[in-house]
Design a protein around this ligand. Structure first.
Ligand SMILES: Cc1ncc(COP(=O)(O)O)c(C=O)c1O
Length: 363
């Protein structure tokens, strides 16, 4: 009998995906959605992996949200039948790829994000010679894409109605500004987001479904009875943003850790590790932390160079060269996009590797 490999045998730095934790997070979100009769269309920008998409769909996800056409193409082997590309498509050269996607799906949704963008989208849609479902973006406080007022929403809806290749099927928003809210402010901010999208929706067609998308708010949005779809992305992995700052999950539920090795102790109070911004990206929490120890010790990565991380904290002086520790990243999405594969684990046991299929698919 061959022994099951363990984490102790892995070379570092390496991104660990705890499969049972992730599957529990997938099930938990799906159960909330089922309980409230809300469709789940997870955003795959966080995981970019066919193996994860398969599990989300098997659990009951109605469709997948993608940021780019390349992400959507990469997810086709998951067996997905409905995809929403939640980005401002404007380049007519993308039409053949959209047509090919539409032919392989039951439903392809695209985004109408402003009057000017919708005018460009019409040209793209006509060139596909297919009927594309359209989701109207509403800005609810992130101040990125999305109509800012009712008049713009009505103008976008009119352009869509005039185009035989486009059909308006819903209203969406990404309420990412709520990552900056204190936990006790989240519910009120979520209600304000809903009030805003409802106002715009009611001015166009009160029958249109509301489809917000954010891991901080997904559960509370689903429970309001006011939305028909939620589209969270990071919920099945988690990170410091969700488990430490927003506190919508516990640190023990976070399914992605980075295993690193202490490679030097150049001065008291400082340990250098073998993972820097090429593993963690440059993202950090509002308090300036790129990653933190998951075992409860007071150890944080507070500075990164490309191939070095600087660990500080009250427990750093107990670290020795060669020690290995697991860190929870501040923001999981770029960590996944920086690695070719994740190592799949169940506790200490190593089960294998999954490739990050949509890694770098930014077109
Ligand atoms: C348009 C859109 N929808 C949904 C999401 C998912 O949000 P989260 O990462 O908070 O789960 C994002 C994230 O950036 C997004 O941009």
């Amino acid at each position: 009998m061959t022994a099951i490999p363990t984490i102790a045998e892995l070379a570092t730095p390496v991104v660990l995906l705890d499969r049972p934790r992730m599957e529990k997070n997938i099930r938990a979100m799906q159960e909330v959605c089922h309980a409230h009769g809300v469709e789940l269309w997870p955003h795959i920008k966080t995981h970019k992996m066919v193996e994860v998409a398969r599990r989300q769909l098997a659990a009951g996800a109605r469709g997948l949200t993608c940021a780019k056409v390349g992400e959507a193409e990469a997810m086709l082997p998951s067996g997905v039948k409905r995809i929403f590309i939640a980005h401002s498509l404007v380049d007519v050269r993308v039409a053949p790829r959209l047509a090919a996607l539409a032919d392989q799906l039951d439903e392809l949704r695209v985004a109408a994000t402003s009057v000017a963008q919708t005018e460009a989208l019409v040209k793209v849609a006509v060139a596909t010679n297919r009927t594309l479902q359209v989701m109207l973006a509403v800005d609810t406080g992130l101040h990125r894409e999305g109509v800012r007022e009712v008049a713009a929403a009505r103008a976008v809806a009119a352009i869509v109605a005039d185009c035989p290749q486009l059909k308006l099927v819903g209203i969406y928003t990404h309420e990412g500004q709520i990552y900056g809210a204190k936990p006790e402010e989240q519910a009120a901010q979520a209600q304000a987001v809903l009030d805003r999208v409802s106002e715009i929706r009611d001015a166009i067609d009160p029958a249109l479904p509301l489809c917000p998308g954010c891991s901080v708010t997904a559960r509370m949005m689903a429970a309001t009875g006011r939305v028909q779809v939620v589209r969270p992305g990071a919920y099945m992995f988690g990170d410091m943003a969700l488990a430490v700052t927003s506190k919508v999950m516990t640190p023990a539920e976070v399914a992605i850790h980075v295993l690193v090795t202490v490679v030097d102790r150049p001065e008291p109070g400082l340990a250098l590790i073998d993972a820097g911004s090429k593993v963690f990206s440059s993202d950090k929490t509002a308090l300036g932390v790129h990653a933190m120890a998951v075992d409860g010790r007071d150890i944080q990565a507070v500075r990164l160079n490309e191939e070095h991380g600087y660990l500080r904290g009250a427990d750093v002086d107990a670290l020795k060269i060669g020690d290995r520790l697991q860190l929870m990243p501040a923001h999981v999405c770029p960590v996944i996009n920086l690695t070719d594969f994740v190592t799949v684990v169940a506790g200490d046991s190593v089960e294998g590797r999954w490739s990050v299929d949509a890694r770098g698919k930014v077109q």
